[in-house]
Ligand binder design. Sequence first.
Ligand code: ATP
Ligand code: MG
Length: 396
Amino acid sequence: MKLTGREKTGLILEAIVTVVLLLLLNLAVVVLINQALYANPGLREGIFIIKRSIVIGNYRLWSWENVFVTFMAIFDVFILYWRLIRRYHQIELRHIINELHYIANGHLDHRIDFHLSGNTESVIQSINALVDSVIDSMDEERAIEHSKDELITNVSHDLRTPLTSIIGYLGLIEDKQYHSEEDLLKYTGIAYLKAKQMKSLVDNLFEYTKVQQTGGTQLSFNRLDVNQMLEQLVASFELEANKHGLEISAIGADEPFYIQADAEKLGRVFNNLISNAIKYGEGGKNIFLRSQVIDQHEVVVEVSDDGPKIPEESLNKIFERFYRVEGSRNIDTGGAGLGLAIALSIVQLHGGYIEVSSDDEATTFAIHLPVRRTDKITNPNAKKTPKHTEDSNEKK
Ligand code: ATP
Ligand code: MG
């Protein structure tokens, strides 16, 4: 810490005043003692006897003045040191307060850069750490605010598009601008489709905000037969896949194995992955669902399709909310780009993660779920299930 000229002068003045006061005090003590000795001969006699009787080595303590002067000198130095150090600490404190005022006046990038000793140094470090954490939380707050704004912009955009269509077609019907019943059915059909898209978006949004809210989502864990789940998924998507010229099949382990999971939420994850495989797997032939256990501590369920590959630059973005690969927005049945963000949040709530790989042969989403101690894995051969994708372009 650098002292200002004024502070240095203050310290010198303090020293001078203290020395003067101490000299006066010493003088007063000497005068009082002398007076007491002269007024009291008995006391003088007593002191004389004590002085004669005290022997330190070969040295007889004749000069009691020496003892007195030494004692007074030590006392004076101690008082002088105490007064100066007290004043110095006041100056330190004033410097810290000034720095705090400076930071509080909006100079949040400023830190106290001088070093002091002892407890005062830890006060300075604590203040600096406090300012750092305030800045961090302000940045975080700003990022959240920004992401909320972005969310509102995206939602309003994605709601406005189908809404504009609905209003347009209903307007045509209202103004009787159709030539035949066929036209009328076409217009209502489009309006209905767009309304369904809007509903799907609102549902997804609701789901997304629910899984994002910390503590907002309570998972209800139940024992889940993974093979059975895959078979049910195949059954429920078979028709739709066939409509798109795709075959869907499950390759599970021979024996059943169980995990602890929220069946409903996990179902939503696979629903989205499979409907993505159908929507974006155009041109492909198959959708495979596979399950396997790795080292008895992790279950991996893969959903893969042999449709067009996801461009490499998009692979690490598809889990961001509202992200859709270029071109996907034009697909009529397309959603808002929330499905994978929701899926990832749900899998993370289960303590797992999703990997994605995509090449000319296949696009594979691999869901890794930890096996809890209570889960019973009764599938010793599961590890032998062949892995089908290359692990390039993986993303956790
Ligand atoms: P939503 O799921 O909200 O209805 P969405 O399907 O567009 O909308 P996501 O499921 O998050 O959103 O998928 C994000 C993007 O990732 C998709 O728009 C698509 O471009 C790409 N994608 C996802 N799965 C596949 C896949 N199997 N093959 C090719 N591209 C895919
Ligand atoms: Mg989707």
